[in-house]
Design a protein around this ligand. Structure first.
Ligand code: ADP
Ligand code: ADP
Length: 229
C-alpha cells in the first residue's frame, strides 16, 4: 500500500578525496493519501533524501520502491516513465519552461505519458481552472506572479494523478500569505486525489498540519511526536 518506500537507504557523496556521508540505514514509507513533513537543519540531507525517493539520484546503499517498483531494477527510460506517471515534483523554484504557456507547461507531463493533445489540453485546463488560473492559461511564466507560478507548478505536479507528490520547500520563496494559500491548495488537491505528500520544510507551523512529522538529524530519520513539533 506504500506509494514510496525506502529500505536501508544511505547516501555518501564522493568527489575525489572529499567524502561526505549524509545518512545511512533509513527505513521510511508513505502510505496512500498520507502526508509527511521532513524537517531538518540546513545540510541535514533533506533534498538528498527527496532526490533519492524521486529517483533523480542513485543511493549509495539500500533501495527505493515507488508504487511497488524497485527503482534500481529499472532502466533509465522505465524509471523516467515511472517518475512521470507516479510522482509529482514541486520545488522552491517553479522550473516551468519559460517559452511555454501555463497550459502547455501543465500539458507536458500528460503528453509524456502518451495521451493525445486534446486529452492533455482538457485535463490541464480543468486542473488550472481548479487552482484559480483559468484566466491565465495562455500566460507564460514570466507573465505570472510568484504565487501563480507556484500554482501552475503544483498543477503540473498533480496533472497525472501521481501516487505521491514530493515537495522541496515549495512555498519557501513566497510571502507568508501567498505561501499559506499555495500550501492549502496542495493539501486540498492531495485530499481530493488521495495523493500522498512528502514535504521538506523548515516551517514547523506547516509541518504540524500534516499526518506525520519526521526529522533528519545527524544521518538518522526520527519521527517527531505531534506535541513536540
Ligand atoms: P538539506 O536539503 O537538508 O539542506 P542537502 O541534501 O542539500 O541538505 O545536503 C546534505 C549534505 O550533502 C550537505 O553536506 C551538502 O553539502 C552535501 N551535498 C549535497 N549535494 C551534494 C553533491 N551533489 N555533491 C557533494 N555533496 C553534496
Ligand atoms: P529519462 O530518465 O528517460 O531520461 P527524463 O530525465 O527526461 O527521463 O525525465 C522523465 C521525467 O522525470 C519527466 O517528467 C521529467 O520532467 C522528470 N524529471 C527529470 N529530471 C527532473 C528533475 N531534476 N526534477 C524534476 N523532475 C525531473
Amino acid at each position: 500500500e506504500a506509494t514510496v518506500r525506502a529500505e536501508g537507504l544511505g547516501k555518501t557523496y564522493s568527489e575525489g578525496k572529499l567524502v561526505t556521508p549524509v545518512f545511512s540505514g533509513l527505513d521510511f514509507e508513505v502510505g496512500a493519501g498520507e502526508t509527511v513533513a521532513i524537517l531538518g537543519a540546513s545540510g541535514a540531507g533533506k533534498s538528498t533524501l527527496l532526490h533519492l525517493l524521486g529517483g533523480l539520484d542513485t543511493p549509495s546503499e539500500g533501495e527505493v520502491y515507488v508504487d511497488g517498483h524497485r527503482m534500481s531494477a529499472l532502466s533509465d527510460a522505465a524509471r523516467g516513465q515511472l517518475r512521470n506517471r507516479a510522482l509529482g515534483f514541486v520545488y522552491q523554484f517553479h522550473h516551468l519552461l519559460p517559452e511555454f504557456t501555463a497550459l502547455e507547461n501543465v500539458m507536458l507531463p500528460v503528453l509524456l505519458g502518451g495521451a493525445a493533445v486534446a486529452d492533455a489540453a482538457g485535463r490541464a485546463r480543468a486542473l488550472l481552472e481548479s487552482v484559480g488560473l483559468g484566466p491565465r492559461l495562455e500566460h507564460k511564466p514570466g507573465e505570472l506572479s510568484g504565487g501563480e507560478r507556484q500554482r501552475a507548478a503544483v498543477a503540473r505536479a498533480l496533472v497525472n494523478r501521481p501516487a505521491c507528490v514530493l515537495g522541496d520547500e515549495p512555498t519557501g520563496n513566497l510571502d507568508e500569505r501567498t505561501a499559506a494559500s499555495v500550501f492549502e491548495l496542495m493539501l486540498e488537491l492531495n485530499r481530493a486525489q488521495r495523493t500522498s505528500l512528502v514535504l521538506v520544510t523548515h516551517d514547523r507551523r506547516l509541518a504540524r498540519r500534516l499526518d506525520r512529522v519526521m526529522e533528519l538529524h545527524e544521518g538518522r530519520l526520527r519521527e517527531v511526536p505531534g506535541a513536540e513539533v
